[in-house]
Design a protein around this ligand. Structure first.
Ligand SMILES: Cc1cc2nc3c(=O)[nH]c(=O)nc-3n(C[C@H](O)[C@H](O)[C@H](O)COP(=O)(O)OP(=O)(O)OC[C@H]3O[C@@H](n4cnc5c(N)ncnc54)[C@H](O)[C@@H]3O)c2cc1C
Length: 396
């Protein structure tokens, strides 16, 4: 039996990093006399971290995302659990070219911060109930929806029926909303799988992050503690499966062979998990009273750590536009959002995809070009500055 109809200004489907952050960002707005009434629908209960948007990953947050999180009053809580990146070292396996970047070159305290998703998830789910204008349906799943001129009506697995003036999909890459609207999807399979794990080393980490390009994909070590790194190792699916089967000692040995000794001797690793990698994005991110953002709109290769940082810019743009909107689902609102997000989305997709594919290409002229590129980048400040500004999230 369906319970009575509940009415909202904005319903967000998907309570992962994007959806939960967006709910808080919009709950703070007071566009008219009253704040927006917001519903957040999440299929998985937060304790099931390994199955929800808050699993064992640690992600790098850019300086731009930190500024945005500060303005949402979320950063103060997260900062104590975050690890500063003060120095980045980029190199290619088997070649001499390299780029180094230090926070002080850019007059910054840190180039970014690394945060475990499980920590961010716990803090977001503790903050959500403090906003009285957010109703959290969890666990509950969107089953179907219909659009009319002024409303979208949703049916949930919990048999509730909701109506809203704006429906937001923050459902990640498997979006029922995208499927039901039959929105076109652009997809590219990188034929790579990311393995994530944590790694204890015998040298202090000192805020250093390492990105090493190998013939099979990039390998990143991000600071996660005094002697601990978070590892993202992109490899062919066959190699990733083979490395998954190795015992800890053999796995650490293989990882050390691939990376070398510049970060110290590898001592121990944590649980390993695999993520098949593909680029997936929607050329059309809005529909009648519907908008898609975060991974529902763009799933990127993790090479440059841009996925959530791009989602954070989606969130802040939608927030800024809704600040002055009377009807959050009006055509003019969604058109403005689309126009403001298209350029940044295309640039970020282009940057991450070309990095992921360029360094996987073994052809001689390309090896020379990227080696020269890395060396030039290190010695020509404006080149390096341009790349860093994009990575810091200051270019949108
Ligand atoms: C290996 C790896 C490393 C990464 N590193 C970085 C990094 O360093 N920096 C960075 O910025 N990004 C990074 N990313 C990307 C980042 O993790 C993602 O962009 C971000 O977590 C996406 O969050 P999301 O909320 O948009 O989607 P998701 O995390 O997929 O969340 C979607 C949520 O929606 C729920 N849901 C789905 N459908 C429904 C429905 N019908 N009803 C109700 N609920 C539903 C799901 O249960 C889920 O909780 C990395 C990604 C990977 C794989």
């Amino acid at each position: 039996m369906t319970t009575r109809n509940q009415e909202y200004d904005v319903v967000i489907v998907g309570g992962g990093m994007t959806g939960a952050t967006l709910a808080i960002a919009l709950a703070q707005l007071k566009p008219t006399a009253k704040p927006w009434r917001i519903a957040l629908i999440e299929a998985k209960i937060p304790q099931q971290h390994s199955q929800s948007g808050f699993d064992g990953r640690a992600i790098a947050l850019s300086a731009g995302s930190i500024e945005a999180l500060q303005s949402l009053k979320l950063w103060a809580e997260w900062q104590s659990a975050a690890h500063a990146i003060r120095h980045i070292h980029v190199s290619e396996n088997g070649h001499a070219g390299r780029v180094t970047m230090a926070a002080e070159e850019f007059q910054l305290a840190a180039l970014g911060y690394v945060l475990e998703l499980s920590v961010a998830g716990q803090q977001l789910y503790r903050t959500l109930p403090t906003y009285l204008n957010i109703t959290h349906y969890c666990p509950s799943q969107l089953i179907s929806f219909t659009q009319s001129e002024d409303w979208v009506t949703l049916m949930l697995s919990s048999e509730e029926q909701l109506t809203t003036r704006l429906l937001v999909s923050a459902e990640g890459a498997h979006s029922l909303i995208q499927q039901q609207l039959n929105l076109p999807v652009e997809q590219y399979d990188f034929s790579q799988t990311a393995m994530i794990t944590s790694l204890v080393v015998d040298e202090p980490v000192c805020g250093r992050a390492w990105e090493r390009f190998t013939a099979n994909g990039p390998l990143a070590l991000l600071p996660l503690g005094e002697n601990t790194y978070s590892v993202v190792w992109c490899q062919s699916p066959e190699q990733a499966n083979e490395n998954m089967r190795l015992d800890e000692v053999d796995f650490i040995h293989r990882l050390q062979q691939m990376f070398g000794f510049r970060a110290g001797r590898f001592m121990q690793c944590g649980a390993r998990a695999l993520y098949p990698l593909s680029l997936r994005y929607l050329p059309q991110i809005t529909h009648h009273r519907v908008v898609l953002l975060g991974n529902a709109a763009h799933q990127l290769h993790p090479v440059a750590g841009q996925g959530f940082n791009l989602a954070m810019r989606d969130i802040m743009t939608l927030r800024a536009i809704l600040q002055h909107a009377v009807d959050p689902g009006a055509y003019s609102v969604l058109q403005q959002y689309r126009q403001q997000r298209e350029g940044d989305m295309q640039r970020t997709i282009g940057l991450t995809s070309s990095l992921a594919t360029l360094f996987a290409e073994p052809a001689f002229p390309l090896v020379v070009t990227r080696q020269v590129g890395l060396m030039l980048m290190n010695h020509i400040p404006c080149l390096k500055n341009g790349l860093v500004q994009q990575a810091l999230g200051h270019k949108s």
